[in-house]
Design a protein around this ligand. Structure first.
Ligand code: FA5
Length: 357
């Protein structure tokens, strides 16, 4: 009888188990997998050799070999499980962040307190200048009917001057046309109506607030911006009073180096009307991108109140006269702080904001 092909099985199994035991990495384990438990293994070769045995012997040897394969495969799987666990622990350890490394005193310092935005600061400074000149401060709604934003200001429907203000319309399901106010001038109307109703003329007031236009944002335009409106209604008011007020304001707010100029302009609610400009504080009049290379920045419009506006609110224009102005708060802040681009006011860049604290 020929020697059984499984004569060395115990020893071969023991060798396989000790090879498995000696594996120390998953890479090594993958490299030898085929020779330990796969098609190229000793046990697979033995399996093939059983074909030469008698059926009875083959059955017995087959069972023996199967048991050896179970033991070797179980040892192999267990080794793989342990190596995988070790690899996982190792990667957790290397990824672990030591809090002592990342929490520096800088990070845990108390949060700096907030502070008003440049626009709020500017608005307050402008109010202070005008209060010192004898004006009171009032406000008006940001959402207006067409009548307040346009018609009462002598801008009837379809009037070409409406093109001066690219308007956001609000659909409240009301029969009246409702808009986000395009300027603070409708607050003139509210104030005059109130003064007429209460019999409190004359008026010397400024009305700061937010306005909205479908303007494309650029270095000197935002679509939500701020204006401060001025309104004087009294007896014997002339264009000279307006010019003097503008000049006094310019010197008080920007300092003696900055000059103002009034250029003829057009607004339907004032006659005569003017554009109010100041020397560009960024280039000091030399010309730059911010002032479109003119050396001047337009701050706003102004003029003597048109009698048609007095008629709309029921003020007798033979007894009373007045002037109004409206200029950009954001633009005043931009010029005062020499900001080349107004969009910095809305971008929440902390490097910019921290300079204001
Ligand atoms: C007006 O809005 C008139 N209501 C001003 C006025 C009041 C005239 C009273 C006469 C009497 P204007 O459209 O030119 O005018 O705007 C006035 C100022 O608001 C501008 O000069 C500018 O400083 C500011 N402004 C206008 N549009 C923007 C914008 N999109 N972004 C930032 N500032 C703006």
């Amino acid at each position: 009888m020929s020697p059984s092909p499984l004569a060395q099985l115990d020893q071969q199994t023991a060798e396989l188990l000790s090879t498995i035991d000696a594996l120390t990495s998953l890479d090594a384990l993958r490299d030898v997998e085929a020779t330990l438990t796969g098609k190229r293994s000793v046990l697979a070769a033995l399996q093939k050799s059983l074909g030469s045995l008698e059926p009875d012997e083959r059955r017995a040897a087959g069972a023996e070999l199967q048991e050896a394969r179970r033991v070797v495969t179980a040892a192999f799987d267990e080794r793989r499980r342990l190596l995988e666990r070790d690899a996982r622990l190792e990667s957790l350890e290397s990824d672990r962040l030591d809090l002592g490394d990342v929490v520096t005193p800088d990070v845990v310092r108390p949060l700096a307190p907030g502070h008003p935005s440049l626009v709020a600061i500017t608005q307050r400074e402008l109010e202070d200048v005008f209060v010192a000149m004898g004006f009171t401060v009032a406000d008006g709604p940001e959402v207006e009917t067409d009548w307040y934003n346009f018609e009462a200001l002598n801008i009837p429907p379809a009037h070409p001057a409406r093109g001066m203000w690219d308007t956001f319309y609000v659909d409240l399901g009301e029969p009246e046309t409702v808009v986000l106010r395009t300027h603070t001038s409708p607050s003139q109307i509210h104030l005059m109506e109130e003064a007429v109703a209460k019999g409190t003329l004359p008026i010397h007031a400024v009305m700061p607030g937010r306005c909205f236009r479908r303007d494309t944002p650029d270095a000197s335009h935002l679509y939500a911006f701020h204006q401060i409106e001025g309104l004087v209604v009294d007896r014997g008011i002339t264009f000279g009073d307006l010019a003097g007020t503008i000049e006094t304001f310019t010197r008080a707010y920007f300092g003696p180096d900055i000059t103002s100029r009034l250029r003829p302009g057009y607004f339907p609610f004032t006659e005569p009307s003017a554009e109010f400009e100041v020397t560009c504080t960024i280039c000091r009049g030399e010309g730059c991108r911010t002032c479109s290379f003119t050396g001047w920045i337009e701050l706003g419009g102004c003029g003597v109140l048109d009698p048609a506006v007095f008629d709309a609110v029921g003020i007798d224009s033979t007894q009373w006269s007045g002037f109004a102005f409206g200029f950009g708060v954001d633009r005043c802040g931009q010029m005062r702080h020499q900001l080349t681009d107004m969009r910095a006011l809305t971008e929440n860049d902390t490097r910019f904001l921290e300079q204001l604290s």
